[in-house]
Design a protein around this ligand. Structure first.
Ligand code: SF4
Ligand code: SF4
Length: 198
């Protein structure tokens, strides 16, 4: 059995940090949970979100955008070995720019123009519960092999520098979940985190 598969197998019995979500909670349930927990303030839409390769066609279809015009709306990049499409930002006249699909009104109350077909990174995100982000990384970016995990750790490190806005903002509380991955993949992630937190 490949090491990653072994890890995934093991994680099926491991509760996620806050117990409400588990590694194998289905996407639809996580989305439902996220919808209930979100205050719809729109603040996270000023961050950096992205769609995965497997999600982009659905979004383009919903928006009636041709593949040729993708660069008007998305920046193509790579996260953990997977191609991703980050949303471009627009100037909202406020302190921070926002996602191109956010219609922002007073106090950052926003409506997502692609709500029905937004990507899993957005539909599962809950600012108050880091377990949802951990769930996203484990389930939607499954290929967490040692090389990809090292990349994730270095992105996290970069994310801690002041003024650095990374597409992968991983709050401190979530580190424990990532340490579990590191241990399962024989990577000294624990030591790495200890050093990082000094
Ligand atoms: S997840 Fe949090 S920051 Fe994002 S819209 Fe909901 S309440 Fe606001
Ligand atoms: S796609 Fe929608 S939910 Fe996601 S960041 Fe943009 S406006 Fe916010």
């Amino acid at each position: 059995m490949r090491q990653t598969e072994k890890f995934i197998q093991e994680q099926k019995n491991v509760s996620m940090p806050k117990q409400r979500l588990r590694y194998d909670t289905p996407l639809a349930e996580v989305v439902k949970y996220a919808q209930k927990s979100c205050g719809m303030c729109g603040t996270c839409c000023t961050g950096n979100s992205f769609a995965l390769e497997k999600e982009i066609d659905n979004i383009l279809k919903g928006l009636n955008i041709k593949r040729d015009d993708i660069s008007y709306f998305f920046n193509e990049g790579e996260v953990l070995g997977q191609k991703v499409y980050s949303f471009k930002k627009i100037n909202t006249g406020k302190k921070k720019d926002a996602c191109i699909f956010a219609t922002s009104g007073d106090d950052y109350k926003t409506d997502c123009q692609i709500h029905e077909f937004k990507p899993s990174r957005c539909s599962t995100f809950v600012c108050k519960d880091t377990a949802t982000s951990a769930w996203f990384y484990f389930n939607m970016l499954k290929d967490l092999n040692p090389s990809n995990l090292r990349e994730l750790l270095s992105i996290m490190e970069a994310d801690r520098r002041p003024n650095n806005v990374s597409p992968l903002h991983i709050p401190k509380k979530q580190y424990q979940a990532l340490i579990t991955i590191g241990d399962a993949l024989d990577i000294p992630a624990k030591d790495y985190f200890v050093a990082l937190n000094k």
